[in-house]
Ligand binder design. Structure first.
Ligand code: ATP
Length: 351
């Protein structure tokens, strides 16, 4: 099978487990994000793929070949670290040419490849500039050009944007994504920033507690989180306790009942968790409770420019609703309000 395959990959440091039983198939030409909170094992997993960390167990195969024990320099993977690790005393051109020089590529060919890459990253005029005299975004592009100079089979990016300010970071996310698509190079990006993963990835691998929690497209992960960990980590969500009353029906702590999708048939009386995304919560002028429309009271309002975040307490739980100013009702703390939680937007979460 083509692509990168990880089978039962594990990493232990003494008795501590950093990565546990990872099974993944990363198809060719896709951008895959390893996403998860600090310490969950993202970097360790990436470093094992790069050959910079040994495996405690399992196998890594690339296009059918077992590469789990191949030394890093023979894997032909390009890597960009958080620190970028550019050589400050060298020029832009020398930095990009470095991996070619290491491989014994002739001077003329090195020069031609550097010119081609500089055109790709739009820094043609900077070939002789020392990297110390570049902006953060320009340095970023040089690091990527150096990583792809030797036409690696896979590009590995370990939080390469974390040192940039928010605006530059967003524009670099788009730039890297466009470059990756143009080159059609299989890329793995490590990030703890869910927005970055959602913006850039074809496939998101959510890691938590040293294991893979879910693999899917950004929209699958957001709309159909596999469990409470993923629901909580991806996007903001209203996650609250409920009790099953029968197929497609749950009770809230305050006694109201809701219709929910009947995809699972839990036992009556089972304690479960329910997820409703804030953009799916609908607020309206107070009316009698009916169906999935409940009565509540506003406890907090936050106007963040493009959106208004309203927190409402109802039936023993607190919901956050997102609306835009043009839909906006004039809600203040203490106002009564109706809250509709559409059945199709309610999601029962597994453990
Ligand atoms: P971050 O986002 O903070 O970089 P991460 O998800 O990349 O975190 P890793 O750096 O892979 O996490 O670390 C996973 C776990 O392995 C952590 O508990 C970490 O303390 C541990 N760990 C990592 N490297 C070593 C090491 N060389 N020796 C011992 N423990 C390690």
């Amino acid at each position: 099978m083509t692509g990168l395959i990880l089978e039962n990959v594990e990493k232990h440091y003494g008795s501590a487990c950093a990565v546990k039983d990872v099974n993944l198939h990363l198809p060719e030409g896709k951008l895959v994000c390893f996403l998860g909170p600090s310490g969950c094992g993202k970097t360790t997993l990436l470093r094992m793929i790069a050959g910079l960390e040994s495996l405690s167990g399992g196998e890594i195969r690339l296009d059918g070949d077992d590469i789990g024990h191949t030394p890093a320099h023979l894997r032909n993977f390009g890597m960009v670290f958080q620190s970028l690790a550019l050589f400050p005393h060298m020029t832009v051109g020398e930095n990009i040419a470095y991996p070619l020089k290491l491989r014994g590529v002739g001077k003329a060919e090195q020069r031609a490849r550097v010119v081609e890459l500089l055109e790709l990253i739009q820094l043609q005029a900077m070939i002789d500039r020392p990297v110390a005299k570049l902006s953060g975004g320009q340095r970023q592009r040089v690091a990527i050009a150096r990583a792809i100079a030797a036409r690696p089979k896979i590009l590995l990016l370990d939080e390469p944007l974390s040192a940039l300010d928010a605006k530059l970071r967003e524009s670099m996310q788009v730039e890297i994504r466009q470059l990756q698509q143009r080159l059609n190079i299989t890329t793995i990006l490590v990030t703890h920033d869910q927005r970055e993963a959602m913006t850039m990835a074809d496939i998101v691998v959510v890691l938590g507690e040293h294991r893979v929690q879910q693999v899917g497209t950004p929209i699958e992960i957001y709309r159909h989180p596999a469990n409470e960990f993923v629901a909580d980590f991806i996007g903001s969500g209203n996650i609250f306790p409920a009790t099953t009353l029968g197929p497609g029906r749950v009770g809230l702590p305050g006694g109201d009942a809701l219709d929910v999708p009947a995809s699972r048939s839990p036992v009556v009386g089972e304690k479960i968790k329910l997820l409703v995304r804030p953009e799916d919560v609908q607020l309206s002028a107070p009316q009698a409770t009916a169906g999935n429309r409940l009565l509540g009271k506003v406890t907090f309002v936050r106007d963040i420019g493009a959106t208004i975040e309203t927190t409402v307490e109802c039936s023993g739980v607190s919901f956050t609703a997102l609306s835009t100013p043009c839909q906006g009702m004039d809600l203040g703390i203490g106002h009564a309000v109706s809250v509709t939680l559409p059945a199709e937007a309610c999601r029962l979460l597994g453990a």
